[in-house]
Design a binder for this molecule. Structure first.
Ligand SMILES: Nc1ncnc2c1ncn2[C@@H]1O[C@H](COP(=O)(O)OP(=O)(O)OP(=O)(O)O)[C@@H](O)[C@H]1O
Ligand SMILES: [Mg+2]
Length: 164
């Protein structure tokens, strides 16, 4: 039962924004705007099909945080760590995760404790995925992409501050 006396239906409040990403520059630009909001403990969950632009957006976030080196896809390493000016970043790609438990061996909890976390293929974690998160859902749109941003938990209010 909820505080209103009505049965709880288990739906988490969320805020949403849409953002057209017609080219790579727009994708990196959105990453840069997300970077301005990013702080320790933040989780950005990047959803979308193979090759839709999850790593590209992650690269934009890292560039926005001041990282100037390469940002390889973590497809085979499963996680890449970055030390940026403002925040430590762990960039995960869970496509090849053997089991949900393996994420803890890879250090998700520690990474969230020490800095910010970006996750490609977050749906693989199911309900193990922390609830407080910014979700970016990417989809093809002509030659470019469309991003739907969903803020859950404290990201409900913070999404409003994100200029997209
Ligand atoms: N907004 C965009 N507009 C046009 N092309 C884009 C856009 N974003 C990414 N791309 C291109 O799409 C291709 C795949 O991008 P990327 O590697 O970022 O996808 P991904 O979702 O991380 O793939 P994977 O599922 O393999 O991890 C790249 O060639 C990239 O340049
Ligand atoms: Mg990728």
């Amino acid at each position: 039962m909820s505080a209103t006396g009505l049965p709880s239906i288990g739906v988490t409040a969320c805020a949403e924004k849409l953002c057209a990403l017609p080219d790579l520059g727009a994708a990196e630009g959105l990453g840069g705007r997300i970077a301005t909001q990013l702080r320790d403990g933040d989780l950005v969950a990047l959803f979308g099909d193979l090759g839709v632009g999850k790593t590209t957006l992650s690269r934009g976030i890292l560039r926005g945080l001041g990282h100037e080196g390469p940002v390889p896809s973590p497809t085979f390493t499963l996680v890449q760590h970055y030390v940026t000016d403002g925040v430590l970043v762990a960039h995960f790609d869970l496509y090849r995760l053997a089991s949900r438990e393996e994420i803890f061996e890879l250090g998700l909890d520690e990474a969230l404790h020490e800095g910010a976390v970006l996750i490609e293929w977050p749906e693989i974690l199911g309900n193990t995925l922390p609830n407080e998160r910014l979700e970016v859902h990417l989809a093809d749109a002509g030659d470019g992409r469309m991003a739907r941003l969903v803020g859950r938990g404290h990201w409900f209010d913070r999404l409003g501050a994100l200029a997209v």
